[in-house]
Write a protein that binds this ligand. Structure first.
Ligand code: NDP
Length: 311
């Protein structure tokens, strides 16, 4: 057999809470799991600050630290963790054929997909133009660069609310631009945002254009969706926090996806439309999207993979 082809009992794609939890369970069940970490090792939690709602951390923990602990726990039981990206899958026959960007071809007896979701963008030409020059999708990563300045954040969900309060601690002023007249964020987060003195709500407004010059962003033009009027807000940074889309491009045509492109699983399980392929975490959940629920479904996927192999 070609030396670049190997057989794996349980292949895990993705390294957020779902992927690492699946790895912990699969390794302890002696499935000798191999995990491909993907483009963003540790997943979305590596770009957040404090995590205060994951049980077991009474004092809170930072996202990157928590994911490092998940990783170490997976390694402790013998998971092989690979820095790399899966580029091709063929779920039509078992073992499943999977290719990765390290040149390997893997014949996997079971696959657990935990590729998560990625941040959405507004889709403006000017947003793309100033990406990394004042436009950011991560306040925790980039907020530091805007200390003492005025910035804007777009969105009205928990992510936008959380990032707005984070930015408000660093920046002189934060404009929170939301397309409706009320926030989608949880009541607790709404309360926090609306009671932070240096956050100014820009209601019923959609960004039309990110303004800037060679030096980067200088402002944002917003249109009031009710009155149709536009106005320019002077800011040095524009943070976009308008939700996520599942990372399922690789699985189009291979697995059943729902109308929003999330992987469909049989209710109450992590089984996908292909026997032996399981999906856990945000890639199959647009409802809860929490680290703890992702970890829970990662555990389910590993148990289901083990039962599949022994049945
Ligand atoms: P959400 O989908 O909840 O919110 C997205 C926000 O962006 C909405 O307010 C939406 O407006 C707005 N939006 C979407 N598309 C556009 C667009 N094209 N232009 C302008 N605005 C747009 O995403 P989040 O990332 O905020 O949250 C995802 C999930 O994660 C939620 O379930 C949330 O509760 C959870 N979460 C929990 C946290 C915690 O518990 N600590 C922290 C962060 C997230 P509209 O309201 O009009 O639809």
């Amino acid at each position: 057999m070609n030396e670049n082809v190997e057989t794996v009992r349980c292949l895990i794609i993705g390294s957020g809470p779902a992927g690492y939890t699946a790895a912990i369970y699969a390794a302890r069940a002696d499935l000798k799991p191999v995990i491909y970490q993907g483009m963003q090792p540790g997943g979305q939690l590596t770009i957040t600050t404090e995590v205060d709602n994951f049980p077991g951390y009474p004092k809170g923990i930072t996202g990157p630290e928590m994911m490092e602990e998940f990783k170490q726990q997976a390694e402790r039981f013998g998971t092989e963790i690979r820095f790399g990206v899966v580029t091709e899958v063929d779920f039509s026959n078992r073992p499943f054929k999977v290719k990765a960007d390290d040149g390997r071809t893997i014949l996997a007896e079971t696959v657990i997909i935990a590729t998560g979701a990625s941040a959405k963008w507004l889709g403006l030409e000017s947003e793309r133009k100033f990406m990394g020059m004042g436009v950011s999708g991560c306040a925790t990563c980039d907020g530091f660069f805007y200390r003492g300045q005025e910035v804007a954040i777009v969105g009205g969900g928990d992510t936008a609310a959380e990032e707005a309060t984070y930015l408000a601690k660093l920046c002189k002023k934060v404009y929170m631009i939301h397309r409706r007249g009320e926030l989608r964020a949880s009541k607790a987060m709404q309360h926090k945002v609306l009671n932070t003195a240096n956050i100014e709500m820009v209601w019923d407004s959609a960004p039309e254009e990110v303004l800037g010059d060679q030096g980067g962003v200088t402002g944002v033009r917003v249109r009031n969706v009710k009155t149709g009027e536009s106005r320019d807000i002077r800011v040095m940074g524009v943070f976009v926090a308008i939700g996520h889309k599942p990372n399922t491009e690789l699985f189009q045509g291979q697995l059943e996806l729902d109308e929003m492109s999330y992987i469909k699983t049989k209710p109450g399980t992590t089984q996908t439309s292909s026997d032996g392929v399981f999906a856990a975490g945000d890639v199959q959940d647009h409802h809860y999207r929490q680290a703890v629920t992702a970890a829970g479904t990662g555990c389910m996927a590993a148990i289901e993979a083990e039962r599949f192999l022994t049945s």
